[in-house]
Structures are given as C-alpha cells and as structure tokens.
Ligand binder design. Structure first.
Ligand SMILES: O=c1ccn([C@H]2C[C@H](O)[C@@H](CO)O2)c(=O)[nH]1
Ligand SMILES: [Zn+2]
Length: 149
C-alpha cells in the first residue's frame, strides 16, 4: 500500500497548521491573531504567529516569524506558505514587509491566503510583489558598477 500523501492532502494539512499556529499568537495590542505555516522543500512544516511588543513598531508578523524560524533551522527552500486569521469575510493577505521577506526566497512559490473555513486564494510570491527587489538585484548592481569601473 502506497503511503505517500497527495499534494492536495499536504496543502490541506498546511492550511490546518496555519489555523492551529494562530492559537499561539501574542497580540495584546491589536487583538488580531494571525498564524502561518511554511512548507519546506523536504516536506517539513514550520509554524509562526504574530508576536507584538509594547513598542508597537517592533511587532513581527506570523509570516516573518515562520520564515525566521525556518531559516535559523537551516531551511531555505520553500514550496508554500499558508496564512490564517479570524476574518470571516476576507482572505488574510500578507503585509508589504512580509511580501518582501517572501520574495527573498524566490518569486515562484505559493501563498495560500485563507479564511477560517479554510477556503483560500492562492497567489505566487512574485505576483504579490511585482517588480520586487531580490537577491539578484544586488548582483546586477555590482556587475554594472564593475563595468563602470
Ligand atoms: O498578514 C498579516 C497581517 C497582520 N499581521 C499581524 C501584525 C499585527 O500583529 C496584527 C495587526 O496588524 O496582525 C500578521 O501577522 N500577518
Ligand atoms: Zn507582515
């Protein structure tokens, strides 16, 4: 008997993990819990939640928490991220800072923006941040500087 989960099973589990991750949200100021679940290339799932601070501007979103946790554990290749909030009538979308954090690791992986019933909208990281400034952008800059002498 084959014991391999289908892609649809993996994504369904990822959506549920992001909803589960929301339970740990530390959001005493906004009272707006967000959870994220990041699917790494090897199938590992890493969760994240928003973590706020009395110095409001230091608050970190669920998506960036998940990315920072993953990278600090040695993961850099990602297939998808799912995001969950309590908003019933709209899909939660990543903020601008998180979109920039996501494209750092590629412009062609999947962002699942959910509602609490796990219905979702999916867009590619690069679609969420067109004309993005990415690691290659720095290389081109260095190259043109070296040509200029
Ligand atoms: O996609 C989002 C949008 C918002 N937040 C957090 C930031 C802040 O803690 C709270 C309200 O903006 O929700 C996230 O974690 N992810
Ligand atoms: Zn964000």
């Amino acid at each position: 008997m084959e014991n391999k989960s289908s892609d649809a099973d993996v994504i369904y589990k990822l959506l549920k993990s992001s909803r589960d991750a929301k339970k740990a949200a530390y959001m005493p100021y906004s009272k707006f819990p967000v959870g994220a679940a990041l699917l790494c290339a090897d199938g590992t799932v890493i969760k994240g939640c928003n973590v706020e601070n009395a110095s409001y501007g230091l608050s970190i979103c669920a998506e960036r928490t998940a990315i920072v946790k993953a990278v600090s554990e040695g993961y850099r290749k990602f297939k998808a991220i799912a995001i969950s909030s309590d908003l019933k009538n709209s899909h939660i979308v990543p903020c601008g800072a998180c979109r920039q954090f996501l494209v750092e690791f590629g412009t062609d992986w999947d962002v699942y923006m959910t509602k609490p019933d796990l219905s979702y909208k999916m867009m590619k990281t690069g679609e969420l941040l067109p004309l993005s400034f990415v690691p290659e952008s720095l290389e081109e800059e260095r190259l043109s500087n070296s040509i200029k002498g």
